[in-house]
Design a protein around this ligand. Structure first.
Ligand code: URA
Length: 269
């Protein structure tokens, strides 16, 4: 068995198969724009996120949290920064900060261990997630579960999974910059509450949203980035891998780097 096959078996992804005439809707919105063909080997390079990249809620209406705190979604993110888990969940549930809420079934907050070391972040709910109210429960979610398994992780067990936007964009389109800006403060507060040791951004949209700049996934892979003091890595979105299974070997490299980074981070504490 060659190395590539061994890696893919470990990822539970072998043999490689490609279904012909696959409907686009299955793979969701992350299928586009990730086909960076160059392969990057892990190199550790730290970057600081400029404060200007910090989002504030935009285009928002006003909401009331369950504890009676009046919170305007057009207010600076600092108001959200005081919320605890139940308050934050309620705030997301009640959110109407952008047009997405009107077109989806429910908000999809996030799932998992609320003090996890590992935080995986996708783009936004698809059709299955919209129905179930949980991130990554469709085909892409099954692949994500296998990716986790490959590095001996399990959903909910020291792992938290969230998305950049909490509402399904219609037709699984990519969320707009305004929709991302409106939703990102919620994720930012989730991250503050979880305090993960490592963030793994899944796909270009999540990576760019967190880093606050437009960069190809290929140029971001294989390096350690910095999200407000938390180490962050990027890899391909599982939905993209469903379409381009030959890219799965690169994910193995990324997951190995993630595992090693976590080992080092855990040794330091
Ligand atoms: N794709 C995502 O980015 N997130 C999900 O929750 C499901 C599919």
């Amino acid at each position: 068995m060659d190395r590539c096959e061994a890696v893919l078996r470990e990822l539970n992804l072998y043999p490689i198969w490609i279904r012909r005439n696959r409907p686009d809707s299955i793979a969701g919105n992350a299928l586009r724009a990730e086909a960076d063909s160059e392969s990057t080997m892990p190199v550790v390079a730290k970057e600081r996120l400029p404060d200007a990249a910090l989002p504030v809620l935009a285009n928002a209406t006003s909401g009331k949290s369950s504890v009676g705190t009046e919170i305007s979604s057009s207010a600076p993110g600092s108001l959200l920064d005081k919320l605890n888990w139940p308050e934050l969940k309620q705030q997301v549930h009640d959110c109407n900060a952008c047009k997405l809420r009107a077109g989806c079934t429910q908000t999809v907050f996030g799932v998992g261990d609320e003090s996890a070391d590992w935080l995986f972040i996708g783009e936004g709910p698809g059709a299955d997630e919209d129905v179930m109210g949980e991130p990554f429960v469709g085909q892409a979610g099954k692949l994500l579960d296998n990716m986790l398994l490959a590095i001996k992780l399990k959903r909910g067990n020291n792992v938290y999974i969230a998305n950049i936007v909490k509402c399904r964009p219609p037709g699984n389109r990519t969320p707009t910059a305004e929709e991302i800006a409106a939703c990102l403060p919620y994720l930012r507060r989730q991250i503050e509450l979880i305090r993960p040791k490592l963030i793994v951004a899944l796909g270009k949209i999540a990576s760019n949203a967190l880093l606050g700049r437009e960069t190809s996934l290929a140029s971001l892979r294989g390096k350690l980035h910095d999200y407000h003091g938390i180490p962050m890595m990027v890899t391909y979105h599982p939905a993209y891998l469903l379409r381009s299974p030959t890219e799965k070997a690169k994910v193995w490299h990324d997951l190995c780097l993630a595992k090693n980074t976590m080992k080092e981070a855990s040794n330091m504490t």
